[in-house]
Every structure is written in C-alpha cells, then in structure tokens.
Design a protein around this ligand. Sequence first.
Ligand SMILES: Nc1nc2c(ncn2[C@@H]2O[C@H](COP(=O)(O)OP(=O)(O)OP(=O)(O)O)[C@@H](O)[C@H]2O)c(=O)[nH]1
Ligand SMILES: [Mg+2]
Length: 538
Amino acid sequence: MRTPDRSLADRLIALREAVEVAEGRLDAPEVGQARAVLAKAGAREALGDATVVALAGATGSGKSTLFNALSGSEVSTPGVRRPTTGVAHATVWGRPDDGADRLLDWLEVPRRHRREPEAALDGLVLLDLPDHDSVRLEHRLEVDRLVGLVDVLVWVLDPQKYADAAVHERYLAPLAGHAGVLMVVLNQIDRLDEAAARACLADLRGLLDREGLAATPVLAVSARTGAGLAELRGELARRVGARRAATERLLADVRGSAAELAVHCPEEAAGSSRRWGRPAAGGSVPGDVVDDLTDALAEAAGVPTVTAAVERSTRRTGTGRTGWPVLRWTRKLRPDPLTRLHLGDERARTSLPSAGAVERARMATAVREVRDAAADGLAPAWRDELRRTAEVSEDRLADALDRAVGGTELGSDRVPLWQRAAGGLQWLLLVTALVGALWLLALVGLGFFQLDDVVPLPRVEGLPLPTLLVGGGLLAGALLALVARPLVSLRARRQARAADRRLRAAVRGVAEEELLAPMAEVRDEAARFCGAVTTAAR
Ligand SMILES: Nc1nc2c(ncn2[C@@H]2O[C@H](COP(=O)(O)OP(=O)(O)OP(=O)(O)O)[C@@H](O)[C@H]2O)c(=O)[nH]1
Ligand SMILES: [Mg+2]
C-alpha cells in the first residue's frame, strides 16, 4: 500500500488532536506514548521537515553574494553601500509544498525564492540575514530573532574582520554548546594568496577552538570565484540529509504511535483499502430503542399516575359543574387528586411516589439498550467511556425526571362553554323546582286556612303547575346531569391524553439531555479520535 503524500506537520497535528480527544477519556498506555512522541517533535518540527540554514555575519562579509552563488541566481541584491540587506531573504530547494511556506511564515521571512529540485539539497531553506553589527536596531533584532530559530547557522567572516570581537563574544562563543548547528565560512578567500589564506584559516581555527567550538567546521570559500563552494554545498547536503533522516525517524514514530492508538478504533473489513474505520458520529440510536427508553422513563417518573390524576380531576370538576346542584356539595368532601401530587413547583420535589423495583428494573434495561445501541461500532475503550457516561447520567435521571414532570403544564384551566351553560341550566332548573315547592307549600298553608278555593290553581294538561314545576325541575336536573356525565368523561379522557403527550415530551427531553446527548458526544469524540488517528497513521 502506498503511503499517502501527507506531511509530517499534518500528521503531527492529527496525532495531537487524537491525544487531546483521548485526554481524560481513554485510559490507555498508547495515549501516553503518543504524548511522548509529540513532546519529542516539539514546536519546530510541527512546521515541516525543512532544514533552515541561515547565513549570518558582519556587513560586507559577502552573505548576499554567497547566498546568490548558492541559490544560482541574484535573489538578494549585494550592494556597494553598506549595510545593504535589511530584511531576510529565503531560497527554498525542492518541490513546492506548503510546509516550507508555513515554516517561513512562522520564521516571518517575507521574501521567498524557489529553486529547482536538487536531490542532495531537497528540503533546504537558505536564509540571507541582515548584518549582525548593523547600526540599525531592527537589523540587529531580526538577526537575534532568527539565529535562535534556525537549524544551521553559517557564520560568514571575511579576511579583514574574521577576528572581530563582537561576533565572537556575542554569537559564536555562546553557541559553544551547539557546535553541531554552527558552521564558519571564511569568505573572500580570493583576496588572499595561498600562504596568507592558510595562516588566516589556522588563526581562525585556533580562535574557535579556544571558544569551545572545536567541532565547528571552518570552510574557506570565495563567493565571487566559486572556490570552496562545492565543499560548502557538500556540508549543507550532509546536514540536510541528517535532518531528513531525523524527520523520517520522527515520521515513523508518529505513524507507529498512531497505529497503536488505532486499536481504539473499529477495524474495517479485511481487504478494504482503509484499515481503520471511523464510527458514525452522533445519533446512531434507533428510534424504537429511544421510544422504549421514553416509555420506561415515563413509567418510572410516574407519568401514568399523573395522567390518571388529570383524568379524575377533570372529571371531578366537570361533574361538579354540570351535576345536580343538590348533590354538588358532596364532591367538595373529596380532595382533588391532582393537587395532592404537588406538581407545578419546579424547585420542590413532587409528591409522586418514587419508582418501584419493577419500574426501576425496566428503566435500567432501557438505558442499557440505548447504551448498547450507542456503543455499536465502538472499540472497547470507548465502550467503557460510554458506560461511565451512562452511569453518571443515570444518577441524575431521577431528579431531572421529577423536575420535568413537576414543571409540565398539564392542560388548560379554561371551563368549556357547554359546561358553563349546563351549570347555569342546572341552577335555573333548581330555582324552578324551588318555586314549585314554595308554591306547593303556600297551597298547603292556604288549605290550612280553608282558602284554597279562593286562588285558582293553574293546570297544564290536567296536572297542577306547582307540582309540574317541582317534578319537572328535579327530573330535568337529574336528566341533564345524566346526559352531561359521558361528555364530562370524554373531556377528562381527552385532557388526560393531552397531559400524557406533554409529559412524555418532557420525559423525552430529559432523556435527550441527560442520556442521549452525552452518549452522542462520546460517539462524536470517538469519531474525531479515529479520524485523527487515521490521518496520522496512514
Ligand atoms: N573579492 C570578493 N569580493 C566579494 C566576495 N563576496 C562578496 N564580495 C563583495 O563584498 C561586497 C559585500 O557583499 P554583500 O554580499 O553585499 O555583503 P553582505 O554580507 O550581504 O552585506 P550586508 O547585506 O550589508 O550585511 C560586495 O561588493 C561583494 O561584491 C568574495 O568572495 N570575493
Ligand atoms: Mg547582504
């Protein structure tokens, strides 16, 4: 299988993401190993596998001329008036990729030039720095900044100023511990005859040895004639090669570490071009499993108790309103089943009975089913994480459910028009019966005083009117109550169903917030982790 052309930088970014996701979630030794690889890579390597070589030195030593000679074209303008070079220039060897550009962005080198690929020097980024002893402060600052960042520092000296104390004290001596990153070039060697050149080189060598830079190579070159440039190129190629090897080692480390992390990702079917899969993110729990969970939670939260109370309470008030006024007061003796539950206060716990063993067992089963569905396609470590998440969620569930049920609006308090009308009619009928009764009473009184013949008794169809009023009023009232009863029941059932819907929606909301969302988050994280691991490993 061909290794995809992915830069070390991209792989490191991916590995870092995988470690970030795994932090605090995956308890596995591979995560620690990946962290160690990242620490080894450091910040500089994350920017690419280029070798940054900077030419530094005093003004007029010939840095820009040497830079151009190495670059093979006039990139940096050498000048007669000193100092010339104000900002760093760069030449990049090798195929264009954004790695070197990113690196130069990071180094803040704006002027860039690209060279044709040249096998030995591929990956070399050569910088021409402003002079170090510049009178202009910004030049000095630029040099100081870049000297600390580059991989190889080529210090360019000239025969006149090679022993300059400023260079030796400020730059070369402090680099004694880093002799490996330093090279010293004695430029303008064409200006000296052979004997003088040898003497000058010997003197410089002794100077460096005394400063603890015995391991630092010194090369004599002439940027103008090209003498010694081949050796300089050779030395640079060696450094580039070493760095490339180090990069390759790091690349292998990163890929190896990512491959180890990949045990926490599902393995795809053999024969597939991709070895590791990525679990689907987000809501993977099937609808019917969620429905089961909602049912179980609703039962455990006492939703059936509440809906039954809603039905009874609605029927109670309905019959109270439309029933026979004579019997109405008896209802007042029984308390409203709904008020007894103390719903509607979100701060306090309701008086709903807590779930019994059966409900609790059913709830646990439903939670387990949801968890198993969410764990589908996840590697064991992520399943563990999912289990921990579910446990935390379960602890919070009971309180959240009670709050949700207590805070749900159960139905409108609006009295239906027909119930109002029926109630009014009941009163009217009662008054009618009362009028009839009073009339009869008056008739009894008149009879007692033998006066019943004086007042004529109106009759309807042969029946005396007061008797008709009493009988009709009472009978019609009872009949109205009887007719209203099924309508009241119908309304009560409807109210109960509406309350049930609202309560279930609230319970579903709790399930979503406390259980499904945290689990989906674990899945998302697992997907992110496996995506990053795949990027870093393949
Ligand atoms: N004879 C001779 N002259 C050289 C050589 N290299 C550079 N020069 C000359 O030295 C002068 C300074 O060269 P630059 O390359 O501009 O020097 P620099 O180090 O870049 O100077 P700054 O940018 O000011 O720091 C120029 O006139 C070059 O032609 C060399 O090898 N031999
Ligand atoms: Mg210059």
